[in-house]
Ligand binder design. Structure first.
Ligand SMILES: [Zn+2]
Length: 183
């Protein structure tokens, strides 16, 4: 696999392009600048290209147009962010025993986003039900939030193969973003 990580002008991950030919197309047409390349080359009749591993867009993508990676409140991400602790009673939870709870209930207009979802045990989740924190007096220990840039990149890196990890680390290091070693 030779996926290309595309960064915003701020260095925030914007997208992962699964097909190398699409990523190469963006580089050739000048829409992105390659920051790191794979060893792997492809040849056209007259030219040789190394495949881009990390690239940065040339113009800032406005907040309204961008859909940052990992904004969806996937249970594993929510639990990891909250340290696998129920945010209402403080009991430890696991992927099997924990769940995600919408602080402002969906039925009451609460968003299905990371900044409205916390880790909870099944008991607290049931007890809170469709009530707002003010109505039930249950307030999360930590206010839910989006992932930080480092956390997003960490999520991405955990899905990488060795070759991608090497090339992506190189591209990110050039920007001063250093990754934790592989777990
Ligand atoms: Zn609980």
């Amino acid at each position: 696999m030779h996926r290309c990580l595309v960064l915003d002008t701020t260095g925030d991950p914007l997208a992962v392009i699964p097909r190398w030919i699409d990523a190469l197309g963006l580089v050739i047409t000048g829409k992105v600048t390659a920051l790191a390349l794979y060893e792997r080359v492809v040849r056209s009749q007259h030219m040789t290209f190394r495949l881009p591993a990390v690239a940065m867009v040339k113009t800032y993508v406005g907040a309204a147009r961008r859909r940052p990676l990992f904004d969806a409140p996937v249970k594993a991400v929510v639990l990891a962010r909250d340290g696998f602790v129920c945010q209402y009673c403080g009991r430890p939870v696991s992927l099997a025993t924990g769940t995600k709870d919408h602080v402002q209930p969906r039925s009451r207009g609460g968003a299905d986003r990371l900044d409205n979802v916390v880790a909870a045990c099944i008991g607290c989740n049931r007890r809170k039900a469709d009530r707002t924190p003010a109505e039930c007096g249950m307030h999360p220990a930590r206010r839910p939030r989006s992932l930080t840039q480092a956390e997003r990149i960490g999520c991405l890196m955990s899905t990488l193969r060795a070759e991608e990890r090497r090339a992506w680390s190189e591209g990110l290091a050039a920007l001063g973003i250093h990754l934790a070693p592989a777990a």
